[in-house]
Write a protein that binds this ligand. Sequence first.
Ligand SMILES: *Cc1c(COP(=O)(O)O)cnc(C)c1O
Length: 406
Amino acid sequence: MHFKDLKTQYETLKPEIDAAIAGVLDSATFIGGEPVRNLEQSLAEHVGVKNCITCANGTDALTLALMAWYIGADDAVFVPDFTSFATAEAPAALGAHIVFVDVDPHTYNMDPDSLINAVNRVKKEGKYNPKVVISVDLFGQAPDYFAIKRICRENDLLLLEDCAQGLGGGVDITGGKDYKMNGSFGDIATTSFFPAKPIGCFGDGGAVFTDNDEWADHIRSVCVHGKGEDKYNNIRLGMNSRLDSIQAAILRIKLAAFKGEPSVRKKIPYGSELLALNTLSDVYDKEIKYYKRKGIEIPVIKKDNLSAWASYNVLLPEGADRDLIQEKLAGKDIPTQVYYPNPLHRLDAFAKSTPGTLETNPETEIAEETCPNSIMLSRRILSLPIHPYLTEKEVKYVARTLGEML
Ligand SMILES: *Cc1c(COP(=O)(O)O)cnc(C)c1O
């Protein structure tokens, strides 16, 4: 069994993908050009945001957004304590002060109450300027944006939505008529096309989304060495962060497969990858609930939320030996992962020093007290196989094998 099955996905979409790659080779335009412009337009339409700027990866996308806001030393950036290292790495590398925020123990997403407490504390201390909240659509699901956006408004904070795992998901805010898509909630949103993400390319890739034209222009400049109107008159310092044309051409097909557009629908079980993932997660939920009395918990998807199912994560019973369970599952051909084995605040890069110093990070000590859910999740969470080419039978086999093992 595969944890993710990029090989079967490629085999399913091979004629379209091979033709798209051949088209780029024929054009001999390898950076930019029509495939990139076309992809940016499709992504902007899909997300429902005015501007989409593609770039080299999801970490750069975060950095580009923060650069458009001139985030640096003395600025406080609020980050969930339970997420990918990259979420906090990008602002920290720009010199910002990272404040860790606890997460909800059921949805695993940023907890608005913990965010309010963190913002109030930093304001009261008066040492750093509270500037940005980075929310993460963790494992595919949007956090409580209603509450988070209100906190941002009331405290004059910018919202950066890290949608690296959430692209393709959304929230029904219209009473069943339509979804507001993930990637449209932040003042700026970013995503990643790393191969294992919900919509992945054949290498590294990323994108930034925003309705704000000024920020979009700034980001378009920064990702090409700070170019001005004239490419050879650089108006600021930037970086080189572009998406290759080949990756863009591949991504157009992957996006269509994920959404289930007519050109690929008939080849994919259930008609679209998104539908397949949601069908399989329902099967997981139902099967695993049967073992609830043993202390295992399923991930909670909030009513009205549509997850992109970047991963399916259960909580093992308190005290269970996760390493041993993983080993025994592997012996039965069931691959598993742990996202994430450590809360951010305990990682050496944050615990041992704040950027530029060698002292113990005071924020780490605070987070030990204020982020109990993040600590609990890192101890109990286990990621089970989920991808659009897995069968219901395989899902049942995983759930029952795990349930009986406990
Ligand atoms: C993968 C990921 C990133 C980084 O994306 P890359 O393309 O690997 O740089 C950032 N944030 C989250 C939440 C991620 O899962």
